[in-house]
Design a protein around this ligand. Structure first.
Ligand SMILES: *Cc1c(COP(=O)(O)O)cnc(C)c1O
Length: 431
């Protein structure tokens, strides 16, 4: 498979863009080789600059739940663009999208649009601190909430891939109010509350962790967080930037029946354009400016194109059977992988939650970042390279979830599993 053009573009990109990429996870740093420069996408397939075709399980890291260049999204975008691309004034489409979000997500009574998941979690935390008058926040090891200063401790995703504990440029003082607990470890959270209870403004959690591979909550974990927060007068924030409209239409909170105080959304809600949101109880959200004193703003927030793409995506997802179809395909993929690995005799743990999946080269169970880190890095590298070579585009890191879209069909799954048979054999050869 040729990658001459991608290699050339990467060399050129490195001269004007640090590391040649606009987000570090794109750089193939932990898997080696040259990142593929993508030229085009249609449905579940993408084509790179050398003309190679891939079945895509990254889906722009989650947003493209309908697949690439979905006709209904493109139609909505064309219609919106013809009327102008940005006003910085309120528009009716924003209300349509806000109403769709309020109707879908159990905890959300009011919602504010922003442009990235990072902004959503940063703003939700500011609101939690403002509303409670408390300083400390608690997050979980391996959970990623965007590149917010105070949250860059023990973060998953690219931070984990690069193997850095935090980040230079974030003064120690900025993370001193950030407490950490292992994911799925309620006792550790209880300890934190008994020590700092009166000072904790909020607990922020990915209800299904998706930035250390895919790690679902153990039964009782989310319920326990809800109870501990309520008892201590702290707010519970679900960062559903990845899980929102992905593991169920109403997100993980619908799936697990636990209602947080505030929710962050992103990825799917923008339908492939830059949009994200945070929302929650009206009495909390009304403390945001302009009605309240807690400040937050954005030049492109609620952008007409992003709102149109988000709305078109949610409309398609709302149709009966969407999530059953998505879950079924995702399960078939993961079960297929697991069966192949068992036959070949390579230790693999596969995980599925709705339309997201994960796999660890590890016998499992994987319930925490500690366990996720034990995944066999070299086997992952071999597997990744073999899949790419065979035309399957996976996230270039063992600390990422995979995403199936409604445009992945039986033929695509068969082709993926055929490639996986060889790739798993190659991985199995590594001791
Ligand atoms: C992707 C992600 C973010 C960050 O969103 P950006 O749009 O990349 O800033 C935050 N939280 C979670 C759970 C995510 O998966």
């Amino acid at each position: 498979m040729a990658s001459r053009r991608s290699a050339g573009l990467f060399r050129r990109a490195r001269k004007s863009i640090p590391g040649g990429v606009n987000s570090p996870v794109r750089a193939f740093g932990s898997v080696g080789g040259t990142p593929r420069f993508l030229a085009r996408g249609k449905g579940c397939r993408v084509w790179d600059a050398d003309g190679n075709e891939y079945i895509d399980y990254v889906g722009s890291w989650g947003p493209l739940i309908l697949g690439h260049a979905d006709p209904s999204v493109l139609r909505a975008l064309r219609a919106a663009a013809a009327d102008g691309t940005s006003f910085g004034a309120p528009t009716e489409r924003e209300i349509d999208l806000a109403e769709a979000i309020v109707a879908a997500v159990p905890s959300i009574e009011r919602v504010r649009m922003v442009s990235s998941g990072t902004e959503a979690s940063m703003s939700a935390i500011r609101l939690a601190r403002g509303a409670t008058g408390r300083k400390r926040i608690l997050k979980f090891e391996g959970c990623y909430h965007g590149h917010v200063d105070a949250l860059l401790v023990g973060a998953g995703s690219g931070v984990a891939t690069l193997g850095i504990p935090g980040s230079p440029g974030v003064p120690e003082e900025f993370t001193q109010l950030t407490l950490q607990a292992p994911f799925n470890d309620l006792a550790a959270v209880e300890d934190a509350f008994s020590r700092w209870g009166e000072e904790i403004a909020c607990v922020i959690v990915e209800p299904v962790a998706g930035n250390m591979g895919c790690v679902p909550p153990l039964p009782g974990f989310l319920e326990g967080l809800r109870e501990l927060c309520t008892r201590a007068g702290a707010l519970l924030i679900f960062d559903e930037v990845m899980t929102g409209f992905r593991v169920a239409f109403g997100g993980a909170q619908e799936r697990y029946g636990v209602v947080p105080d505030l929710t962050c959304l992103g990825k799917v809600v923008g339908g492939g354009l830059p949009a994200a949101a945070f929302g929650g109880r009206a009495d909390l959200m009304d403390q945001m400016a302009p009605d309240g004193p807690i400040y937050q703003a954005g030049t492109l927030s609620g952008n007409p194109l992003a709102a149109a793409a988000g709305l078109a995506t949610l409309e398609r997802l709302r149709r009966p059977g969407s999530y059953e179809a998505l879950a079924k395909r995702t399960r078939q993929l993961a079960e297929g992988l697991q069966t192949l690995a068992d036959e070949i005799g390579v230790e693999l743990t596969t995980v599925v939650v709705g339309g997201m999946f994960g796999f660890f080269f590890h016998p499992g169970p994987v319930q925490s970042f500690e366990a996720a880190k034990k995944s066999h890095a070299e086997r992952f590298r071999r597997f990744f390279a073999a899949m790419l070579e065979a035309g399957v585009y996976l996230a270039p890191s063992p600390y990422e979830a995979g995403f199936v879209s409604l445009s992945h069909g039986p033929r695509d799954l068969d082709q993926t599993l055929e490639a996986a048979r060889k790739a798993l054999r190659r991985a199995a050869r590594v001791r």
